[in-house]
Design a protein around this ligand. Sequence first.
Ligand code: SF4
Ligand code: SF4
Length: 291
Amino acid sequence: MHVKITVFQKGFNYSQDGQGNRLVFHLQGCNMHCPWCANPEGIPTVPPIMVNKDKLLDTACPCGAVRNGELDRSFCEACKDRKCLDSQANLGLSTAGSDWDTDEMVKEAIKCKPMYFDSGGVTFTGGEPTMQFDALMDVYKKLKENGIHTAIETNGTSIRLKELLPFIDQLIIDLKHHDSEKQRAVTGVGNETTKANIEYALKEGKPVLVRIPLVNGFNADKADAEHFADYFESINAPNLSVELLSYHEFGKDKWQKCGMEYTVKDGRLKPGTVKMFEDIFKERGINTIRT
Ligand code: SF4
Ligand code: SF4
């Protein structure tokens, strides 16, 4: 049986998304809407049409959705065949997403085995990889049957994450905020399930790396550092490590290309913020790493 999985980015990186050198698949779709997201093209369930304004011609859409250099996205919502993407000459409209057959994905992962040096393997990230749960489970099982090290980078909000754990060697779970309501107000989803998944995976003995994306005005004050530390102290275990990620704007231009507004105004961290978090975590015996 053919199982489809939608990918919007694929590539190798070293130790950024799990141990060693890794083949990383970014899967389409996310249930959160973090305003600082570096991969906004991965948030919608259907890969969005991306606009390159410098190269956009009014003839780019056979349905007449482009007029005077602007794409009217209301046309695209009901458009099934997306004929604008067929022409190689049309550089003004594109999409990052493509459908894979899970067997083809596993074949590609096996072909890449010589590249997995320093105990590397395959990582699924997103978007939020668990949004394509059944296809993801299918691939993980087949990767493990073929002796490949597996990792996931997830926002941890899937109530089914524990079903995947037997097939995942390394978990990377994002915790956006220590306060569930503050997290929900900004990202659309609270943190209860994420915390429950972190705690379950630690009890199962899985190596768990919790990543906090630090954003000024959201979660980066001294009081936030103390509250995060309170939580990690309460669940501390030898297999827990924490990484602090600094706010950046690498994905900002992609928001516009996808027809979405980038709303973060002043996310950059004040000097010394990461060190302040690291010092507080160290004092509390929390293993904090940099990758
Ligand atoms: S998705 Fe459809 S309506 Fe939108 S630009 Fe492409 S062809 Fe036109
Ligand atoms: S959880 Fe990750 S992929 Fe989803 S919106 Fe937030 S940053 Fe983007």
